[in-house]
Ligand binder design. Structure first.
Ligand code: RET
Length: 273
């Protein structure tokens, strides 16, 4: 009974909205997995790990969302009027555990397209991963209190946010420092990636705070909606932008499959010339 999801009855509309959002999330991540596998051949070996990391994130997120959707439909039964909890419970905790793996992948793919190498990629990745894990572990602990003790939710949330700020600061500094190394006209795209991250990643702490500002069945629908928008933006759209940058930089470095792909879809003719 750790999550507020288990406290309410849901109308058919509320129940199905959540079921449909989770199921859509599964579909989007698996479809994107196919996309990343197919386009990885246009990415030069130097950047290909970035796209491979997107594949891992898609598989991992698709699987966790599949299990969230199954858990949601297993936990509640329709009694002719509303959906009520049965002898199983629903938990968001699995998401947090999944982030321990997916967030490092998302951060490392960013560092790869920022052209960081050797010692500097290793040390930046280490600091980013330490702060990300600090953020996740403290957030995981906090969400265990969302039903029983909102003050604990807030205290752990504040500690987690401190890690989040450090992580964002490192990301911002790295992007704006390394922008000048980026080729193929990708400097404006990386700025967009930065703002996408700031937007999408902030939706997660808002979802965390739902028990504080909207403890109701509608709040639960809002929370699962926030998670869905955040997941698709921070992993799928982000991954597409990262791979786009990787292909453009590959073309600028003379990688022929990248040049052919860009020429064909008319995105960048200058890189071929
Ligand atoms: C928590 C706890 C409350 C405070 C903050 C949080 C931040 C979570 C974030 C999650 C990002 C997840 C991603 C997943 C990709 O697979 C832990 C909810 C600040 C930023 C990008």
């Amino acid at each position: 009974m750790r999550n507020i999801e288990n406290l309410y009855d849901y109308t058919v509309g509320q129940f199905e909205a959540i079921d449909h959002m989770l199921t859509m999330g599964v579909g989007v991540h698996f479809a994107a997995l196919v996309f990343f596998i197919v386009v990885s051949r246009f990415v030069a070996p130097k950047y290909r790990v970035a796209t491979a990391l997107s594949c891992i994130v898609m598989l991992s997120a698709g699987m966790i969302l599949f299990s969230q959707a199954a858990m949601w439909t297993d936990a509640f039964r329709f009694n002719g009027e509303v959906y009520t909890l049965q002898d199983l419970t629903f938990s968001n905790g699995y998401r947090y555990v999944n982030w321990m793996a997916t967030i490092p992948c998302l951060l490392v793919q960013l560092l790869i397209v920022l052209n960081l190498k050797g010692k500097s990629i290793f040390s930046t990745a280490t600091w980013l991963i330490i702060s990300a894990w600090g953020m996740i572990v403290t957030g995981y602990i906090g969400q265990l209190y969302e039903v029983d003790d909102l003050s604990q939710l807030m205290v752990w949330g504040a500690i987690s946010t401190a890690f989040f700020v450090v992580m964002n600061w490192i990301v911002g500094v790295r992007i704006f420092r390394n922008k000048s190394t980026m080729t193929g006209g990708t400097q404006s795209t990386i700025t967009k990636v930065f703002w996408l991250m700031m937007f999408a990643w902030t939706l997660y702490p808002i979802a965390y705070l739902v028990p504080q500002f909207m403890p109701s069945a509608d709040g639960v629908v809002l929370r699962q909606g926030l998670f869905t928008v955040a997941d698709i933006s921070s992993k799928v759209i982000y991954g597409i932008m990262i791979t786009y940058i990787a292909i453009k930089q590959s073309a600028a470095a003379g990688y022929v499959p990248a040049q052919q792909a860009l020429d064909k879809i008319g995105m960048d003719k200058s890189a071929v010339a």
